[in-house]
Design a protein around this ligand. Structure first.
Ligand SMILES: [Zn+2]
Length: 299
């Protein structure tokens, strides 16, 4: 399995876009979408402004269709792990090193107006498409243009992500979650998102309004009227051997209430201690984030 999915080198100056697919090995549909879009756009390459590259995330885990082998590759991009990266024999440390080498080489040798990381994911629960990001001066304009619900306030709850590593360098970035892992629709939504982000970053300016509307429609079609900006306010961390089991039937963003049974473990029921919206309820075996709770942010 090759690390590079595709590359598009425009003739004019512009941004640097780095797409990642399959940072989690059970989320291969981001890769499929990137492969489709990059192949389709290859013959128009000269028209583009700047450079786009698409890379595979956790290759060893992808081979086994497993979320990860030793460590979650999207939780180890921090000092704590960088300190042990050359001392421990961890599959994901090798993956991280290769990914970091490619991204650093792009950031340090390519000329660009602005750099963007676009990290493609899917979820275990049914969901509308959404973005996880920081809402700061770098990102704000781009996020608003995308017009997809977004979640901020990750710091302290969701650390060591590739996104936080990339943004700490002063660049723009986001994670995009298209839908459920094995829903074919997730490929189509990923493709639409990749095209839209190419447009809204100024990389691909040749899209017509009718095409843009059509692409936006693909992301919008299930969006119930609701808030656009949410903040993360709680994370349920699963301890080893607690036998965590998410209660059946939650969809992402669903409204939940104080006292509601969200999950069970060997000690009994796990109740919500607040009103809010459930976020990324865990319906798969791997991972130690049981669920998150988010709240709407008023603009
Ligand atoms: Zn993921």
């Amino acid at each position: 399995m090759e690390r590079i999915i595709g590359e598009l080198q425009g003739k004019k100056a512009g941004p640097l876009l780095i797409f990642i697919g399959g940072l989690h090995g059970n989320e291969a549909y981001g890769i499929k979408a990137l492969d489709n879009v990059f192949k389709k756009l290859k013959r128009q390459e000269a028209e583009f402004c700047g450079r786009a590259i698409a890379i595979r995330g956790n290759i060893e885990a992808l081979k086994r269709s497993s979320r990860y082998i030793d460590f979650d590759l999207n939780r180890i991009w921090d000092k704590h792990h960088f300190n042990t990266i050359d001392k421990l024999n961890v599959v994901e440390y090798n993956e991280l090193k290769e990914l970091m080498e490619i991204m650093d080489a792009e950031l340090n040798t390519v000329e660009y107006t602005q750099a963007f990381l676009l990290d493609l994911h899917t979820t275990s629960a049914p969901t509308i498409p959404f973005i996880v990001t920081q809402y700061d001066n770098h990102n704000q304009l781009f996020i608003n243009r995308l017009n997809v619900p977004f979640i901020t306030g990750l710091s302290g709850y969701l650390d060591g992500t590739v996104l936080s590593w990339f943004c700490r360098k002063g660049h723009c970035g986001l994670a995009f979650e298209a839908g459920q892992h094995h829903s074919r629709t997730s490929i189509i939504k990923h493709e639409a998102f990749v095209m839209l982000s190419m447009f809204h970053t100024g990389f691909y300016t040749g899209l017509h309004q009718s095409e843009l509307n059509w692409l936006q429609n693909i992301l919008d079609d299930e969006l119930i009227p609701k808030h656009q900006h949410y903040s993360l306010v709680e994370r349920y961390h699963i301890d080893a051997d607690e036998d965590f089991k998410m209660a059946e039937g939650f969809t992402n963003f669903q409204r939940i209430y104080k006292g509601e049974v969200l999950a069970t473990n060997k000690y009994g029921e796990i109740l919500s201690d607040m009103d809010g919206n459930i976020f990324m309820p865990l319906y798969q075996d791997q991972g130690d984030d049981g669920f998150f709770i988010i709240e709407p942010v008023d603009r």
